[in-house]
Design a binder for this molecule. Structure first.
Ligand code: COS
Length: 383
């Protein structure tokens, strides 16, 4: 996309966030859903196709451009970004990165038009240890039969297709026995659990997905060859972590703004609380976190666009930004005092919502492991 068209898109998204999304935040919280008319507007704006290449009907944004759009979406309730997040990110990127030409042609235009995608990796007994998944895919003639249960799968009940990681080689218990499949959500034998009841992030949907002898053509293996699914999943998560770092940066920015506005308007001891240096310290620390988050995000996004392998440094970005976001939410509640604990103030919602950022798409401890392992391997250690 050329620079001028991108700036128009970015301005349009920023206005949409200010004029349509922020004013509807309370409604999303009360109804535990993003209103259908807003989802339709998001489809019309092309937001589901942000990262799908232009030749397949999307907007074809680079990771750096995607980060700027997701920063804007970060300035509001999680639910809106979550509605597009799996389609823009982890649900589609396996096909974009490793799919065959036929797979791209068949699926990407539908996703760009607003069909939701999901990414089904996690299982009841395989969370951080992603290579230990048990969901199996057994070849019979020219079809695979998939059996197993996936857990906490974002947007699964609303999805039109799922990228599903399953074990195609039962004799290989680790990463090399795993393949990634494109599975239509209406395939016979798929069922969805009840939506999970969560601490926060109202309006987002996650559930179990149960595969009971689900038949998919062998041609639905992403890339056409078995055994490559774990690497596909890891590459997808690398880009997903750029996306989440941008999201965290936008949220830090919003929390700084909420803190400043409240501190300026609230009076105690006969003056605005913003005049107290201890309150200024809280705000300054959050602004410093927000700035550092955005610098890290832009750097890894740029390097991804240059074709560099960013696995180690995007783990640092995801780790730092999600932890910093937790600190910013905590300070924002502190600046608000008693009001910050009350549901009528936005920061109470952010405080609950942001907690998940340190857990999903790799916990902080998994990010630390990735960073340390990369350094130790470079130093010649067998780990
Ligand atoms: N990009 C490309 N390839 C990668 C990769 C990446 N980011 N990370 C790992 N690989 C490759 C490795 O190079 C290795 O390939 P070879 O067998 O050819 O050497 C293979 O994948 C296995 O890698 P590794 O041995 O590092 O795998 P581990 O089982 O030790 O697990 C972690 C690695 C912990 C990084 C992985 O399990 C993980 O990311 N867990 C968190 C999962 C997660 O984020 N879940 C969230 C749910 S999805 S929303």
């Amino acid at each position: 996309m050329d620079n001028e068209t991108f700036s128009i898109l970015l301005d349009t998204v920023a206005r949409f966030v200010d004029e349509r999304l922020i004013p509807n935040e309370d409604r999303v919280e009360e109804e535990d859903a993003v209103p259908e008319e807003i989802l339709d507007e998001m489809r019309e704006m092309g937001l589901f196709g942000l990262t799908i290449p232009e030749e397949y009907g999307g907007l074809g944004l680079s990771a750096s451009e995607e980060a700027r759009v997701i920063f804007e979406m970060g300035r509001t309730s999680f639910a809106y970004r979550s509605a597009i997040g799996t389609t823009v990110g982890i649900g589609s990127q396996g096909i974009v990165m490793d799919g065959t030409e036929e797979q791209k042609r068949e699926w990407l235009p539908r996703l760009a038009a607003g069909m939701m995608a999901s990414f089904a990796l996690t299982e009841p007994d395989a969370g951080s240890d992603a290579a230990s998944i048990k969901t199996s895919a057994d070849l019979e003639g020219d079809v695979y039969r998939i059996n197993g249960t996936k857990r906490y799968i974002t947007n699964a009940p609303r999805a039109g297709m799922l990228t599903v990681m399953a074990r195609t080689d039962r004799n290989e218990p680790g990463a090399r026995g795993i393949s990634a499949f494109i599975v239509p959500a209406d395939a016979k034998g798929i069922s969805f659990g009840k939506p999970d009841k969560k601490m926060g992030q109202k309006g987002t949907v996650t559930s179990d997905v149960i595969f009971d002898d689900v038949e998919v053509p062998a041609a639905n293996i992403i890339g056409g060859e078995p055994g490559r699914g774990f690497k596909t999943a890891m590459k997808v998560l690398d880009r997903g972590r750029v996306h989440l770092s941008a999201l965290a940066s936008g949220m830090c920015h919003r929390l700084v703004q909420e803190s400043v506005q409240y501190a300026v308007q609230r009076k105690q001891f006969g003056q605005q609380i913003a005049a107290f240096q201890l309150v200024q310290g809280l705000i300054a620390d959050s602004q410093t976190d927000a700035y550092a988050c955005w610098c890290l995000t832009q750097d890894v996004a740029r390097r991804f666009d240059e074709g560099q392998r960013i696995s180690r440094d995007v783990a640092s970005a995801k780790y730092f930004t999600s932890e910093a976001l937790g600190r910013c939410a905590d300070r924002a509640v502190q600046v608000h005092g008693g009001a910050g604990y009350m549901a009528e103030y936005k920061v109470e919602r952010f405080y609950r919502d942001v907690r998940l950022m340190r857990i999903y798409e790799g916990t902080s401890q998994i990010q630390q492991t990735i960073i340390a392992k990369a350094l130790l391997r470079e130093a010649g250690m067998k780990i």
